[in-house]
Write a protein that binds this ligand. Structure first.
Ligand SMILES: [Zn+2]
Length: 237
């Protein structure tokens, strides 16, 4: 193999490793992000429950105020009852008193029901808050883990980058420029072996004439299909 190609293959090996490490590093916060999304979601749910709770409390105050007024009215009607003169008046007033009592009983029932619903909502809110606390703890631990892992990745990537910069010096600038251009377009895989006339990267046939030229190793050749830099794979090399 041409020596400049073996240098390029070394360079590609380092670059692919850097690429792989960078991709892994980018995936580190996945769990952390998912946890934060869950926490946000739970917080939104809590806000909704709090709105409902406020509505229930408003309604309860309304009914309690009504009840208070109606109890006053009842008292007055009951006092009037002792002063009525005719049977007709007595019957009308008694009927009114019964109606007030009946309506107040309904108000008392509603207040009890509202109290139950309020307690239930408070319980739901507390449960969600506890869940958030659990997720938050997990997210905090996750954040620490990520920070430690990122440091490790950065150290590895730094070391490989230094190594790559050294290897790059051994490559001629025009070939390096071609390599970089192709690395961007071909996800880092630039140099491909040709095995029995077939490009190992794109699986297309190399024209026989070109393959013969490749075997002579006189100049750098490119795959006519994928434009990668190619070299002939020979048994024993
Ligand atoms: Zn190819």
């Amino acid at each position: 193999m041409k020596p400049e190609l073996s240098v390029l293959i070394r360079l590609q090996g380092i670059d692919l490793e850097i690429r792989k490490l960078k991709a892994e590093k980018e995936k580190l916060p996945e769990r952390f992000n998912a946890l934060n999304e869950t926490i946000e979601e739970k917080n939104r749910e809590i806000e909704e429950l709090k709105d409902k709770l406020a509505d229930l409390r408003t309604r309860k105050t309304e009914v309690e105020d009504e009840l208070e007024l109606e109890l006053e009215r009842l008292k007055k009607s009951q006092q009037k009852l002792t002063a009525v003169k005719t049977n007709r008046e007595f019957q009308a007033l008694s009927k009114e008193i019964e109606e007030i009592k009946k309506a107040n009983k309904a108000r008392e029932d509603e207040i009890l029901q509202l109290e139950e619903q309020i307690e239930q909502l408070k319980g739901e809110i507390d449960k969600k808050k506890a869940e958030i606390e659990g997720f938050q703890k997990e997210a905090d631990a996750e954040q620490k883990r990520i920070a430690a892992a990122e440091k490790e990745y950065d150290a590895k990537i730094d070391a490989l980058t230094k190594e790559r910069n050294e290897v790059e010096k051994e490559v001629k600038p025009d070939l390096l420029a071609k390599y970089r251009f192709l690395a961007d377009k071909r996800a880092g895989l630039v140099v491909a072996a040709v095995d029995e006339g077939v490009c190992s990267a794109c699986n297309m046939n190399i024209p026989p004439q070109m393959f013969n030229e490749l075997l002579r190793e006189e100049r750098i050749l490119f795959c006519p299909s994928c434009q990668r830099i190619i070299y002939a794979l020979k048994t024993g090399t």
